[in-house]
Design a protein around this ligand. Structure first.
Ligand code: NAI
Length: 289
């Protein structure tokens, strides 16, 4: 099967790795050559680590790498059976990409979006054939996380839903059908986890470290809310919260935090920028109690 992935960032790179591991021929497209180069280098490191852990062989590494073509030309996706978009979380930009894509792919190509919070119906509405559009929401890190939310828009055909579920099962994922509502399942449930943690900090009840420690030590969460926001990226996490808040008609339960907004504006994005609620610069110890 031929798979196109649009956006070679955190999620697109992971999705390309999944499809290539499942022996699909992958075209990974990004408008920035630097993103493509970074994605290629990162995959090499990830696969080397998997070899060290004896999870894959050298031959399997080569097979996965050979299955991915890194491209800055959208027309290379013209033969794809499925295209998954994982670019910036912005409706107009996503709609434009889907329209450009529809001009070059075949009539039967499924066009999926990895959006965390935008309505699939509004993305599909930009297409001449909206019935081919569906949400496929992977979780970070995509190659490790089994769950993928599958979100049909009101326009999506049953055939596209069934085919999407089948493909994800073939990729050894656990697809869960969800309705096209803000945040779908996981991002909606997770909003109060981040939001209340930020409010506890803002009200001076406890600091980041204490909140994370309490949630991990007593709540048995694998990561505390601040560690998780740093992992996801404060820019991405803030945008999702803001979108869910607006989409639920400004319901105060989902109100975004000024602390997180300022962190995102300051470039304190988390792990990816070297600083967030914690410091990830080399030689600086994370303040884990
Ligand atoms: P990212 O910022 O790491 O990567 C986005 C990539 O898209 C960049 O390489 C950028 O150059 C490229 N791009 C932007 N506009 C483009 C265009 N018009 N054409 C081609 N390439 C373009 O973003 P990330 O974190 O991978 O997120 C991507 C999408 O996945 C967003 O919709 C986000 O909400 C969603 N998502 C993110 C998760 C996360 O934990 N980061 C989890 C699940 C979904």
């Amino acid at each position: 099967m031929k798979v196109g992935v649009i956006g070679a960032g955190t999620m697109g790179s992971g999705i390309a790795q999944i499809a290539a591991t499942a022996s699909c021929q992958v075209q990974l497209f990004d408008k920035q050559n630097t993103a493509l180069e970074h994605s290629k280098t990162q995959l090499d490191k990830i696969l080397n680590r998997l070899i060290e852990k004896k999870r894959i062989s050298v031959e399997e590494k080569q097979h996965i790498q050979l299955n991915i073509n890194y491209t800055a030309s959208l027309s290379d996706l013209n033969k794809c059976d499925l295209v998954i978009e994982a670019i910036v979380e912005n409706l107009e930009i996503k709609q434009q990409v889907f329209q450009d894509l529809e001009k070059i792919v075949g009539a039967g190509t499924i066009l999926a979006s990895n959006t965390s919070s935008l309505s699939i119906a509004s993305i599909a509405s930009a297409l001449a054939k909206p019935e081919r559009c569906i949400g496929m929401h992977f979780f970070n890190p995509a190659p490790l996380m089994k769950l993928v939310e599958v979100i049909p828009a009101v326009q999506t055909s049953d055939h596209v839903v069934q085919k999407s579920l089948q493909i994800l099962t073939d990729w050894k994922k656990s697809p869960a059908l969800a309705k096209d509502t803000p945040g779908f399942i996981v991002n909606r449930v997770a909003r109060p986890f981040y939001g209340e943690a930020l409010r506890i900090y803002e009200e001076g009840i406890a600091n980041f470290v204490t909140i994370d420690w309490a949630m991990k030590h007593f709540g048995k969460f694998r990561m505390g809310p601040f560690e998780l926001m740093d992992f996801i990226g404060n820019d991405v996490n803030y945008t999702v919260t803001e979108t869910v808040f607006k989409a639920f008609y400004y319901d105060q339960r989902y109100k975004p935090s000024f602390t997180q907004k300022r962190f995102a504006e300051a470039g304190y994005l988390g792990r990816k920028s070297g600083k967030g609620y914690y410091d990830y610069a080399e030689n600086v110890q994370n303040p884990n109690p």
